[in-house]
Design a protein around this ligand. Structure first.
Ligand code: GLA
Length: 436
């Protein structure tokens, strides 16, 4: 099939399918098992970490009791390896009986009772990526119904073990089947990853009609290399990706790995800052039972979260890539505010970066700024004020910028400031600012 025929076919399908159940007007927030716990099914030797109902109950307890839920982290998402290798006698998926003895419906109740939501994983194809039963085209309806009957709130639909034609048919069909259950479920599509993530193979406006979010690029791993590679790919392809995002339709650069083993404090802040710029889902994959205070402070930074969750839902862009390996990323926000992130791709020492708001295309006028990770406020700026930022290697400086003397902004800032100071963070020396 040529690209034109594919586009026409997609056009036809889009007349009949639209997933507009009002969900995910801002990017989803929560927790997902995969990056941290993978396909650990060894509950005998590793009972704490294996994929079992206990892990999801423990995580729900932590989300509900440690202040995450109030910040918006609400989805508890099961990934691959939850299933029994066989469907039941009615052809329905069923969980592994030894690792999920209570069943998924009971786990959903446990999670709902704590004011949280349950996500689950399935795969458009013959097998999941780890070899568990897949959802072939003929099983889409029954699987959507099974998930709805269990009280599932979110489906991650992967795309291993199938071909592009099956994807093209299966992803819209699942959207329709989820709609038909009458239960509002968020729908995360891995489709783009399997076809290169870019137009013309990927039709992002169609995807936005049928899915709430989609994985565009390779899986995140527990390393700065991986995070940096993802930031680089999304920035290099921002002309195609940035316009695709908006309320109810989000690009997904994959899970937050903050709190695991691979990132320094600076790198963890960089992930949080760039995920806020990209209007990315804030879905952690870490061990909430064992999280150090620096990771907690970054993940619970209320200003970074508020920026990520901005109601306009406009994804940001990389504005500049300097020869000195400093990058400037920017995102417009409600109330004429914006966020600037200065990212160092250097590997030597804190770098002094000189700029001004005018150089970053800001209009003439007076501004104030709030430094998201230090909690300091800078007043009396105008567009030509010379600024010097000290940016740590693989770290960021993140500025919330707003026009001066607008009562709304002042109120908003006070609010943000109060929230932020509750989580004041002193452990590592952050990048700092000098106004010359
Ligand atoms: C794929 C997905 C991952 C995860 C694994 C599970 O690689 O991209 O996010 O779901 O499958 O097997």
């Amino acid at each position: 099939m040529g690209p034109l025929a594919v586009t026409q076919l997609l056009g036809l399908i889009s007349l009949t399918v639209a997933l507009d159940n009002g969900l995910l007007k801002t990017p989803p927030m929560g927790w997902m098992a995969w990056e941290r716990f993978r396909c650990d099914t060894d509950c005998k030797d590793d009972p704490e970490n294996c994929i079992s109902e206990a892990l999801f109950r423990d995580t729900a307890d932590r989300l509900a009791e440690d202040g995450w839920k109030e910040l918006g982290y609400e989805y508890v998402i099961i990934d691959d390896c939850w299933m029994s290798l066989l469907r039941d006698e009615h052809g329905r998926l069923q969980p592994d009986p030894s690792r999920f003895p209570g069943g998924i419906a009971k786990l959903a109740r446990y999670i709902h009772d704590r004011g949280l939501k349950l996500g689950i994983y399935a795969d458009m194809g013959t097998h999941t990526c780890m070899g568990f039963p897949g959802t072939t085209l003929d099983k889409i309806e029954i699987d959507a119904q099974t998930f709805a009957s269990w009280g599932v709130d979110y489906l991650k639909f992967d795309g291993c073990s199938s071909n592009p034609v099956e994807h093209m048919l299966g992803y819209p069909l699942m959207s329709k089947a989820l709609n038909a259950t009458g239960r509002p479920m968020a729908y995360s599509c891995s489709w783009p990853v399997y076809i290169g993530g870019l137009p013309p193979n990927v039709n992002y406006s169609f995807l936005g009609d049928i899915c709430h979010l989609w994985r565009n690029y390779y899986d995140i791993q527990d390393s700065w290399d991986s995070v940096q590679g993802i930031i680089e790919w999304f920035s290099n392809n921002q002309d195609d990706l940035q316009p695709a995002a908006g309320p109810g339709r989000w690009n997904d650069p994959d899970m937050l790995i903050i709190g695991n083993f691979g990132l320094s404090v600076d790198q963890a802040r960089s992930q949080m800052a760039l995920w806020a710029i990209m209007a990315a889902p804030l879905i952690m994959s870490n061990d909430l039972r064992n999280l150090d205070n620096s990771a907690r402070a970054i993940l619970q930074n209320k200003v970074a979260i508020a920026i990520n969750q901005d109601s306009m839902g406009i994804q940001g862009r990389r504005l500049l890539q300097e020869k000195n390996h400093i990058e400037v990323h920017w995102r417009p926000l409600s109330h004429s505010a914006s966020v600037l992130v200065f990212l160092s791709r250097r590997t030597d020492m804190p770098y002094l970066y000189h700029t001004s708001l005018a150089k970053l295309e800001y209009d003439a006028g007076n501004y104030e700024a709030y430094d998201v990770f230090t909690g300091s406020t800078v007043t009396g700026l105008n567009a030509t004020t010379e600024l010097t930022f000290s940016i740590n290697p693989s770290g960021v400086v993140m500025w919330y910028v707003y026009p001066e003397q607008q009562s709304k902004q002042t109120e908003m800032l006070h609010d943000l400031h109060n929230k932020a100071s509750q989580f004041a963070f002193h452990k590592a020396k952050p990048g700092h600012l000098t106004v010359l």
